[in-house]
Design a protein around this ligand. Structure first.
Ligand code: AMP
Length: 329
């Protein structure tokens, strides 16, 4: 398979031009980048090729991103017979939120996660990109004279760029990231409304946040973590989203270079969200049925004992890191 980005982008553009029907899908439990990149590409292609039938198909959604608009109705299987399927922001096939993608005539993967298990007839993966949305904007720029970027598309793509880059704070943000973000801002998008959607919380939410800081735990070498039990989820009325977001509260504690949230799924499995600064957690996640990025990974454990084992490993890793490195804060 060709891996030269310029050639692959051309292949993708040719495929888009040649199909009348296009299905766009993303990963399960979608975040801002998954929703933004799929809505953004759908809006970009609809404005550029009004004659094509373009469907954004996903089996799940995230309430906090509903402001980007609804997905499309699931089409009949026959729709796929002559359709191009584009999956964005999804590292592995099993995480695609559309079980029908195999019915399509051609499958394209566009992603920025580590490419452990490649898939797709055409695959454009750039692991160092800060977001999949950044790649979609880069795609737009590569074929600017043939594509139409609307304000709606720019708004969705900017949402993914700001959320996946931690508001442009993460190390993956480059000069190119900001140049591409500038292309979106030039469309005149309403960032005041966008950040109100992303940042504002109900008052009740802050009671939970206070509880997190009171009840979080810390290891000797600097791992901060919290178990988000079913009891807590019920007590604070946390939906899946709100429980998952717990990880974000643990991210700014000095000396705590790894932070973890264990969210009880209620089905015998516990979702683990792993984050770090200066040190890599991706390999640790991959030892616990997971993976992801160097400093932002996900995993699953099946008991609190297994969770404790993961914490011990994280603590040992961090102890070793601190003994052998300088300059971390
Ligand atoms: P999360 O904490 O679930 O947002 O995950 C952080 C990153 O790790 C995301 O970019 C996910 O794509 C990736 N990730 C999460 N869970 C898994 C998994 N089980 N296997 C591989 N990658 C994962």
């Amino acid at each position: 398979m060709n891996t030269d980005p310029i050639a692959v982008k051309q292949q993708i553009f040719n495929a888009i031009q040649s199909y009348k029907r296009i299905v766009i899908s993303r990963h399960i439990r979608p975040d801002g980048d998954a929703v933004g990149s799929t809505h953004g590409l759908a809006a970009l292609l609809r404005a550029s090729f009004p004659e094509k039938d373009i469907r954004l198909v996903s089996e799940d959604s995230s309430a906090y991103l509903a402001f980007l608009g609804p997905d499309d109705e699931t089409p009949d299987d026959s729709f796929y017979e002559d359709a191009l399927v584009i999956v964005i922001d999804t590292g592995t096939v099993d995480r695609v939120s559309n079980k029908k993608i195999g019915l399509g005539k051609q499958l394209i993967k566009i992603d920025h996660h580590i490419d452990d298990k490649p898939y797709g007839d055409v695959s454009w993966v750039e692991e160092e990109r800060s977001s999949a949305c950044e790649m979609i904007v880069d795609f737009y720029c590569s074929f600017r004279d043939k594509l139409t970027l609307t304000k709606e598309a720019a708004y969705a793509l900017y949402t993914g760029m700001v959320t996946d880059s931690g508001r442009f704070r993460f190390p993956s943000v480059t000069g190119e990231t900001l140049r591409l973000a500038a292309v979106l801002l030039d469309q005149g998008i309403d960032t005041e409304t966008l950040f109100a959607h992303l940042n504002l919380e109900e008052y009740e939410h802050f009671k939970y946040e206070a509880y997190v800081y009171e009840n979080m735990q810390r290891t000797e070498n600097g791992v901060a973590y919290l178990f988000v039990t079913r009891e807590m989820q019920e007590r604070f009325g946390l939906d899946r989203e709100a429980a998952s977001n717990t990880i974000g509260y643990l991210d700014s504690i000095k000396n705590y270079l790894i932070w973890l949230a264990f969210i009880d799924n209620g089905d015998g499995s516990i979702r683990v969200r792993l984050r770090s600064r200066f040190i890599t957690v991706q390999e640790l996640a991959s030892r616990y049925h997971g993976g992801g990025h160097d400093r932002a990974s996900g995993a699953t454990v099946y008991s609190w004992e297994e969770a404790e084992a993961l914490i011990r490993e994280a603590d040992a890793m961090l102890g070793e890191f601190k003994r052998t490195h300088e300059g971390w804060l």
